[in-house]
Design a protein around this ligand. Sequence first.
Ligand code: NI
Ligand code: MN
Length: 226
Amino acid sequence: MKFTFYGHSCFAIETGGKKLLFDPFISGNELAAGIVDVNAIEADYILLSHGHADHVADVVSIAQRTGAKVIAAYEVIGWAEKNGLKNVHPMNFGSANFEFGKLHFVPAAHSSALPDGSYGGNPGGFLVHAPEKKFYYSGDTCLTMDMKLIPMYAKLDFAILPVGGNFTMDAEDAVMAANFIECDKVVGVHFDTFGYIKIDHDVSKEKFRTAGKELILPKIGETIDL
Ligand code: NI
Ligand code: MN
């Protein structure tokens, strides 16, 4: 599966010929400036974990340009519709089938307000059961016992977890999360973008290594095979 990192918690995964874009936040990310062209990002689906601006900032422009279907919590979709988007699929915690496979929207322990201050519903994460591979993106969250349900649903090939701390799990918590979800290959996101979440890459990777796991910290603009 092709994974492309656009900075912060924004990434795309290609599966079965479909491009799934997660949590688009490019235009407000200084680290992505000059590296990622927000007007060149392709998407068939855009999945939003919650309503915070650092996860939804560019969804309206990308969805309007590409015609991608936006999948998110019911309240986040309400905001998207207010901003002119029509190709949408509201969810709450549960599962639904899409042409890329079955999708679970699962709880995250965080908060969710939209950029206009309106209520964003519950924040969540996504478990994608694509024919090719199965992966979990937790969204912004602390470590939760609910993560122990994930391996009951699927044997994961990889997971995408926040490792920046302060607003979410740090690398130490993410190692515990990786144990909970029974996954040895983790891509770290939600790090370095702001002062509060700057991390030491070597120290973070070492925490995973000593637990017998791999932490990948992708470079912005980088595409890797997972
Ligand atoms: Ni957030
Ligand atoms: Mn965030």
